[in-house]
Ligand binder design. Structure first.
Ligand SMILES: Nc1ncnc2c1ncn2[C@@H]1O[C@H](COP(=O)(O)OP(=O)(O)OP(=O)(O)O)[C@@H](O)[C@H]1O
Ligand SMILES: [Mg+2]
Length: 322
């Protein structure tokens, strides 16, 4: 299901929270919204499920202007993970996850089965977690329950507002990896809000950068990191070349189409690298081994040529079209 903001503006008192935002999200895309605190990310997100109504402009979901769709009906098609998790504290994990299906009038058996399936999907064994209370969960477990709850009625659209914000970096990386795995099978249209540029680069098909209510740029990660706009340069930081390498695969640098397996674990062996590794990993391996080239192998073990330090430097500088 597609999404679109069309010249959307929202003001709270004197504060222009969102200023003429125009942006389309194609079906199945994972769009990351990023920008400084207060730049209008949450407000933009909430206009999709009508928790906030714009003063001017319109928001389209699946081509329909949301102002003409009753909010309750609209929200049936939109899963929402709110900032700071927001589990219902007086409900057990199973009741939290089953809340929307229950509202939709599903049978008890069907809800139970769905809850079971979703807890498995987010890596929380139902026999251990279904009966737990939210207050007894760790931060990472609570965020998994939040994702399971948003997926419960299998909505085509997911809105996620800093869903992994409240956990340590290691747990966050695990949650990101698992979310990518889930998304690769479900293919939802996702708008994902974050403060964390590395998270945006890892997850986004496209990254939209906002500042003071306005859209500054929207582009795939590797492209965004080449953007010369002063705000974007500043925002993406001094190590943007390294970050760029984190979104390009060895295979891509060698002109091969093997997709990158972002954030997955691979076995490394001296002098060799897999084509689905990132160029950042390749660089790290070269630095560690003191080598200026690595033999590249496909995941199936086929020899795919030699990756040189020079190839890497060209890619980091963006001299080769990706
Ligand atoms: N209900 C409201 N009433 C008044 N002002 C609001 C309201 N909601 C948002 N704002 C203001 O609008 C601006 C944008 O807020 P928003 O929550 O969209 O920012 P954000 O980008 O999500 O920030 P953060 O990264 O801190 O979550 C902020 O200045 C905020 O104070
Ligand atoms: Mg916010």
């Amino acid at each position: 299901m597609t999404l679109e903001w069309k010249k959307v503006s929202k003001r709270f008192g004197d504060k222009q929270a969102v200023d003429e935002l125009s942006l389309e999200v194609p079906e199945g895309e994972l769009l990351v919204l990023i920008g400084p605190s207060g730049c209008g990310k949450t407000t933009s997100l909430k206009m999709i499920n009508r928790l906030v109504d714009p003063q001017t402009g319109s928001v389209l979901v699946g081509g329909r202007d949301v102002s003409h769709v009753p909010a309750v009906e609209l929200r049936r098609h939109i899963g929402y993970v709110i900032q700071h998790v927001g589990l219902f504290p007086h409900m057990r994990v199973s009741e939290n996850v089953g809340a929307v299906p229950k509202l939709l009038g599903w049978s008890k058996e069907k809800i139970e089965q769905r809850v079971h399936e979703l807890l498995e999907l987010v890596g929380l064994p139902p026999q251990d977690y279904a009966q737990s209370w939210p207050a007894h969960l760790s931060g990472g477990e609570a965020q998994r329950v939040g994702v399971a709850r948003a997926l419960a009625a299998d909505p085509p659209v997911l809105l996620m507002d800093e869903p992994f914000g409240a956990v340590d970096p290691l747990t966050r990386e695990i949650l990101q990896r698992e979310f990518l795995r889930i998304q690769s099978t479900l293919g939802k249209t996702v708008v994902f809000v974050t403060h964390d540029l590395d998270e945006a680069i890892r997850l986004g098909d496209r990254i939209a950068v906002m500042n003071e209510g306005r859209l500054v740029a929207a582009a795939p990660p590797a492209e965004l990191l080449l953007n010369a706009d002063p705000f974007i340069r500043d925002f993406t930081g001094e190590d943007r070349a390294l970050r760029r390498l984190a979104r390009l695969s060895v295979g891509q640098a060698l002109g091969d189409a093997t997709p990158m397996k972002s954030a997955s674990r691979r076995d490394a062996s001296v002098g060799a690298i897999r084509t689905d590794a990132t160029l950042k990993e390749a660089l790290s391996q070269m630095l560690e081994a003191g080598e200026t080239s690595l033999e590249a192998f496909s995941p199936a073990g086929r020899s795919m040529g030699t990756l040189t330090l020079e190839d890497l430097l060209e890619r980091a500088a963006g001299e080769v079209a990706s």
